[in-house]
Write a protein that binds this ligand. Structure first.
Ligand SMILES: *[C@@H]1O[C@H](CO)[C@@H](O)[C@H](O)[C@H]1NC(C)=O
Ligand SMILES: *[C@@H]1O[C@H](CO)[C@@H](O)[C@H](O)[C@H]1NC(C)=O
Ligand SMILES: *[C@@H]1O[C@H](CO)[C@@H](O)[C@H](O)[C@H]1NC(C)=O
Ligand SMILES: *[C@@H]1O[C@H](CO)[C@@H](O)[C@H](O)[C@H]1NC(C)=O
Ligand SMILES: *[C@@H]1O[C@H](CO)[C@@H](O)[C@H](O)[C@H]1NC(C)=O
Ligand SMILES: *[C@@H]1O[C@H](CO)[C@@H](O)[C@H](O)[C@H]1NC(C)=O
Ligand SMILES: *[C@@H]1O[C@H](CO)[C@@H](O)[C@H](O)[C@H]1NC(C)=O
Ligand SMILES: *[C@@H]1O[C@H](CO)[C@@H](O)[C@H](O)[C@H]1NC(C)=O
Length: 429
């Protein structure tokens, strides 16, 4: 039975295996922090916390998406050739001004050099076909959201999906956009930086936009947030990063770039926070660049959230979720966002060696254990809730990174003051 399973293994089989494994691990409520310190001279242990008053993510679960509108037609609405139930080819640039939903039983091809754009914040382009999708060489899609469901998909050389700075509204009741006129960065996967600290506060106790949507870490689908401004009259904040979701039944080949970065705020505005990218496929090839980083600005935006759920990955995708640069305080970039690998169930928080005093908050898991490994690296600064004391796993902090504890929540300043400094490692020299 076992050998049969192995000899015929494919994505469907894997789904069963993975379910069995998840079930097996279910009794670990979250995980015990087992800290491996590889880049530091200080050993530390984060067992035995004194409190578990840790609350939910800031954002409620998103409501179910509204039903889809009817599909547009290939020729009449998109100026293409063919039909969405056979093969639709987009042969000339398309400049859209509103959301587009494409559904069909055929293939959908965007030919080389063709650009499909909808440069309205939050504009959604959804392609849902039972056949294949391709984005040709040097072709591009620019919009707030790009969502694709297809059997197999190829994104050829030089192709680009760019949702940078084109976010729609972040989830309700989140505070990713900082208040006031500090020109702070937007938050999402990590907090935005804030360069203007009161004299009596340490830089590391001050930040811009808050983090949110931790609960959708595995399947991120929130927009990034706008950065703040330094002016009462003009909003200089960079736009939030958009959203990209690829749900591919079989093969995904990506040689281009998938971008959901925060927009830049320039000298007078905070960078927007990175958006969300979720990629699911059975098999993925190609050296794709996946980026949901914070935008640069007077203060940098926080990184967004990326999750990859691919059973068989052949080339190493380049994945970036770092914070944006802060022109007003270069040593304090936006905080790193989160990268979750659903197959190895590991979370990586990397700030790509951009130094920061600003935290990435790692929160609790409401439903089930999701991680075996957590890596905090390359100058990221992470804070974990006290609740993480009673669980099990591998926790690695390296590359000038830092880990603090917090009882995150409404009273953020106090929480960090009181609890954070006890566990620290690898401080900047
Ligand atoms: C696309 O349409 C918008 C609004 O109709 C217009 O402002 C913009 O110039 C157009 N862009 C291109 C590249 O045609
Ligand atoms: C795409 O554009 C490039 C440069 O603009 C040109 O060299 C190339 O021939 C074009 N390719 C196609 C397939 O039209
Ligand atoms: C694609 O279409 C199917 C059938 O209508 C629907 O069940 C599914 O939710 C759609 N997926 C997306 C991503 O729109
Ligand atoms: C879709 O792509 C897959 C993998 O490249 C291929 O096997 C299949 O024949 C394609 N289907 C169609 C309808 O072109
Ligand atoms: C894509 O663009 C590059 C650089 O502009 C060009 O060298 C290449 O020929 C283009 N590819 C195609 C297929 O047009
Ligand atoms: C894609 O680009 C790479 C290097 O940029 C080149 O080696 C390869 O031949 C290109 N492939 C195609 C199909 O143009
Ligand atoms: C993506 O879009 C942003 C915002 O329009 C732009 O600044 C950036 O250059 C684009 N990226 C690429 C690779 O074209
Ligand atoms: C970060 O710095 C470390 C050590 O200096 C180096 O090994 C690593 O390649 C750097 N990573 C990046 C992404 O720059």
């Amino acid at each position: 039975m076992n050998s049969l399973l192995i000899s015929t293994i494919g994505c469907d089989d894997f789904a069963h295996l993975s379910m069995a494994r998840t079930f097996h691990f279910n009794f670990f409520i979250i995980f015990i922090l087992f800290v491996i310190v590889s880049a530091s001279h200080h050993d530390f242990s984060i067992i035995d916390f004194d409190s578990n008053l840790f609350h939910q993510d800031y954002s409620p679960p998103s409501p179910p998406p509204p039903p889809h509108p009817p599909s547009v037609s290939c020729e009449d609405d998109l100026g293409g050739v063919g039909s969405v139930d056979t093969t639709c080819q987009i042969v000339a640039n398309l400049n859209l001004t509103e959301d587009v939903y494409v559904e069909g039983k055929g293939n959908f091809y965007i030919l080389p050099n063709v650009s499909v754009t909808c440069l309205v914040s939050g504009c959604e382009i959804t392609i849902n076909v039972t056949g294949n999708f391709s984005l040709g060489d040097n072709a591009s899609i620019l919009a707030g959201t790009f969502e694709l469901a297809a059997d197999s998909a190829t994104f050829l050389n030089g192709s680009l999906v760019n949702t940078t700075g084109l976010a729609g509204s972040p989830p309700p009741q989140t505070s990713g956009t900082p208040l006031g006129v500090d020109g702070a960065g937007g938050g999402h996967g990590g907090r935005g930086a804030c360069c203007l600290a009161d004299k009596d506060k340490l830089q590391e106790d001050v930040w811009g936009g808050d983090a949110y949507s931790w609960s959708s870490l595995q399947k991120p689908w929130s927009y990034g947030s706008k950065g703040g401004t330094t002016s009462r009259e003009v909003d200089y904040g960079g736009g939030g990063g958009g959203r990209i979701k690829l749900e591919i039944v079989r093969f995904l080949e990506v040689k281009g770039s998938l971008l959901a970065d925060g927009g830049d705020g320039g000298a007078k505005g905070g960078g927007g926070s990175g958006g969300s990218i979720f990629v699911k496929a059975c098999k993925m090839t190609g050296s794709v660049r996946i980026s949901a980083c914070g935008g640069n600005g007077f203060s940098g935006g926080g990184g967004g959230r990326v999750s990859v759920d691919v059973f068989s990955r052949h080339d190493d995708p380049k994945i970036f979720v770092h914070g944006g640069r802060s022109a007003g305080c270069p040593e304090n970039s936006g905080a790193a966002g989160t990268f979750y690998d659903a197959v190895s169930r590991s979370l990586t928080v990397s700030n790509h060696n951009m130094s920061t005093y600003t935290d990435t908050l790692l929160m609790e898991f409401p439903h089930q254990p999701l991680m075996t490994n957590v890596y905090v690296q390359n100058h990221a600064k992470a804070a974990v809730p006290l609740l993480w004391s009673s669980v099990q796993g591998l926790f690695s902090v390296r590359g000038n990174s830092e880990l603090g504890r917090t009882v995150a929540g409404e009273n953020k300043d106090k929480a960090v003051e009181t609890h954070a400094p006890k566990v620290r490692e690898g401080r900047r020299g």
